[in-house]
Design a binder for this molecule. Sequence first.
Ligand code: HGY
Ligand code: MN
Ligand code: MN
Length: 410
Amino acid sequence: MDLHIDGEQLQRDLEALAQFGRSPSGGWTRTALSVADADARGYVAHRLRTLGLDIRHDEVGNLRARRPGRTPDAPVVMTGSHLDTVPSGGYLDGPLGVVGALCAVEAIARAKLTTQRPIEIVVFVGEEGSRFPRGTIGSAAVAGDLPVDEILALRDADGIGFSEALATYRDTGPPLPARMAPGTLHAFIELHIEQGGVLEAAGVPIGAVTAIAGLVQHAVSFLGDANHAGATPMALRRDALCAAAEWLLGLERAAHEIGPGAVATVGKLVVSPGGKNIIPGRVDAICDLRASDGALLDALDAQVRALLSSTRPGIQVELRPLQRVEPGPMDERIVAAIEHAAEQTGRRSHRMVSGAIHDALHMAHLGPSSMIFVPSLAGKSHCPEEASRSDDLITGTLVLAHTLADLAGA
Ligand code: HGY
Ligand code: MN
Ligand code: MN
């Protein structure tokens, strides 16, 4: 099959999306259902229209655009990713999977290929969890892992409801049901940057993802006693920040000791009342635990809780579970299709596990799924330095096009 990716169009699309949500502190901050997110999604909708696709939105704001197949109601081959970012994140995490899907379908159309099955591009809402208490919102809704009414009831830190914020998307007309019926998905493939350094170190341009690590996130609060920083003797203090610090270092030690593939992070921590001459009375933190194996994730979670129960005297602790997504395998048939597509383009590929979580993890609960990774320069991601070689971006998109054409029965 002779498919060709318009690399300049791919670059133009990435640059167009990068106009939305630039952060004054560097990088991009495009939170779910923000104006910047809506503007980026509007650009993608415009590009989907130029492809002549049938565009719909669903109940939770996912954008769905379908290219019909010769057998219209055959189970669909889906591809896509997200547009929202972490605070001061990069411009490729998410957008590459959306723009790559656009350019891959464009290449299939340019080659005048019809396919047995429909191909559908999806833009998932709220993958990063930067605004609402959890992430992978759109894909969890499509896969039926999270009820729609629970999503619509989510509230952000300012108390704004998800259903209220949906208005920012300015969608018109009746929405599709978010949940896809079992048996309607033939395959799901997500193109994504690796967000690690394995492919770059191996000098291989394509990763075929065999499994995705799972995630547990908790909100943890330490309640001590705010008091005068100068007049309060050390023996009389109930310093919430020192208690949190002891827990944090215990968390780090636990992740090291539990074994490879287990990682723990506290990226968000708020000290209150926050005066430089006040003993911290309260600390609110969010811990993020990951492991590629369910038992490892359980062991890490148990350690986090055990450490909290041995917090220093005089400090009260509260733990509020935010999210748990089980680690999961990808589908061998889809992984093999990605490897075959890479071969067809004359490229090597490398089988690997994803340490980052992705929408594909939920889609795998609905039907056979996998991911195509492209190398991240210096393994950096979730930061302004996130970057990849443009040749690799084009290669990943070309492999996606071949995989879609193959699985959709071109
Ligand atoms: O956190 C993650 O792994 C993903 O980037 N949301
Ligand atoms: Mn991310
Ligand atoms: Mn992502």
